[in-house]
Design a protein around this ligand. Structure first.
Ligand SMILES: [Zn+2]
Length: 76
């Protein structure tokens, strides 16, 4: 996955709408591209501010824990 593809899939990812395969590729890109990691954080903050996604679209805590888990996995 490249950065363009990542950006295109961000919304679907946050809504939990990606297939398992796409989500793995998405998170895989996240672990190797700090720029997209920052982008995703900013995107989530924007959503939190504007309430762009529906309330049941995503649990930020759950996503945060997922990303934290992947960061830890990367360090090992
Ligand atoms: Zn990227």
């Amino acid at each position: 996955m490249n950065c363009d593809e990542f950006v295109e899939l961000v919304t679907d990812f946050l809504e939990g709408a990606l297939s398992e395969e796409d989500e793995q590729r998405f998170v895989g890109h996240l672990t190797e591209c700090p720029k997209c990691e920052v982008y995703l954080d900013q995107f989530r903050q924007t959503i939190a501010t504007t309430g762009e996604l529906t309330p049941d679209g995503i649990s930020p805590d759950a996503r945060g824990q997922l990303l934290a888990a992947f960061r830890n996995w990367r360090r090992q």
